[in-house]
Design a protein around this ligand. Structure first.
Ligand code: ATP
Ligand code: ZN
Length: 304
């Protein structure tokens, strides 16, 4: 079987990720953290899985939903913006849903927003009646306009959306925003969020009926382990019994404290898994509240 053939039954999983761009490196890092490794092919379109029968396809992010819909790939790492846009486009021409968001991955965060010329006084969606809006996300925008009961014309552009108002091809834009610097450089200001986006793991709506089912379940379980531990640290310290209540209050994002050892008198040895950021400031605060010998340990993997 050639690597790209679309077999209905396969014993290897195929995951599509972005070849280069914002999501490429974090997607690889996530999959590596799940224990996958690959032998790269020379043309770097296809990476053959070595540690497990899970291969990678390196493509443009725009192609990922379609590859899943066609059964060429089983999973994909893609922005929610792209996935929802293509799902909306399929829906608008009466095609059935072919893929779904399985996990939010915590990177590639951005927002799909309306942005208007800085001089505009924004008063709400009703102001959009009769305007022209430039976007690369026509399906998401059209659906949102419909929900708002507003009629506006959608000007579809594949790139450089932010210069459309200056060129006079649109009155405002609907585009991805992360820092807002691009908007500001074009004298635009963000006024309304249509979608909170981040990278997601997308998969087919149908179930696997061959060996891929077990592989997919294993991959998802590992991914859940990695995602859960992403910002988690194991915190170890000693503390007098009397200070435990206050220390617990300072650790709202941690699991209940576990006592490792301790005699009737003297300090307890305690540990907990903390799921939020453990900054120096927090450690100093814990120390002031009575924690001694604080240690912060990275947690690599867990099957909890
Ligand atoms: P490709 O060559 O794969 O088509 P691209 O230019 O479409 O690349 P990138 O610019 O790398 O793609 O963006 C990929 C994804 O990163 C976006 O679809 C979005 O989900 C996410 N992203 C995060 N922040 C931003 C941002 N500020 N602008 C655009 N995309 C962003
Ligand atoms: Zn793209």
């Amino acid at each position: 079987m050639t690597p790209l053939s679309n077999g209905t039954s396969r014993d290897r999983l195929r995951i599509a990720i972005q070849k280069s761009g914002r999501l490429a490196e974090p997607a690889r890092a996530l999959l590596s953290a799940c224990g996958l490794s690959w032998r790269e092919s020379r043309d770097k379109l296809f990476c053959y899985g070595e540690s497990l029968p899970v291969d990678l396809l390196l493509v443009r992010d725009d192609d990922i939903p379609g590859l899943i819909a066609d059964g060429v790939c089983d999973f994909g790492v893609v922005g929610r913006n792209e996935l929802n846009e293509q799902a909306g486009a399929r829906q608008s021409i009466g095609l059935p849903a072919a893929y779904q968001e399985l996990r939010a991955l915590g990177f590639g965060g951005c927002r799909l927003m309306l942005a208007v010329p800085e001089a505009w006084q924004w008063s709400g969606p009703e102001q959009l009646q009769g305007t022209r809006i430039a976007t690369s996300y026509p399906a998401i925008l059209a659906q949102w306009l419909q929900e708002q009961g507003v009629q506006a014309s959608v000007v579809e552009l594949s790139g450089s959306v932010e210069i459309a108002p200056k060129l006079g091809t649109a009155d405002l834009i609907c585009d991805l925003v992360s820092s807002g610097a691009t908007l500001a450089a074009n004298q635009l200001k963000p006024v309304q969020t249509l979608l909170e986006s981040e990278a997601v793991l997308a998969g087919p709506v149908r179930r696997f009926e061959d060996q891929r089912a077990q592989l997919a379940a294993m991959l998802l379980r590992r991914m859940d382990g990695v995602l859960k531990l992403k910002d988690s640290k194991l915190l170890m310290f000693r503390a007098e019994r009397a200070t435990v209540a206050e220390l617990t209050r300072l650790l709202p994002d941690a699991e209940p404290l576990t006592t490792l050892a301790g005699s009737e008198e003297g300090p307890l040895s305690l540990q907990t898994m903390c799921h939020g950021a453990v900054t120096w400031q927090r450690l100093e605060e814990l120390e002031r509240a009575g924690a001694q010998g604080l240690m912060v340990l990275s947690v690599e993997r867990s099957l909890a």
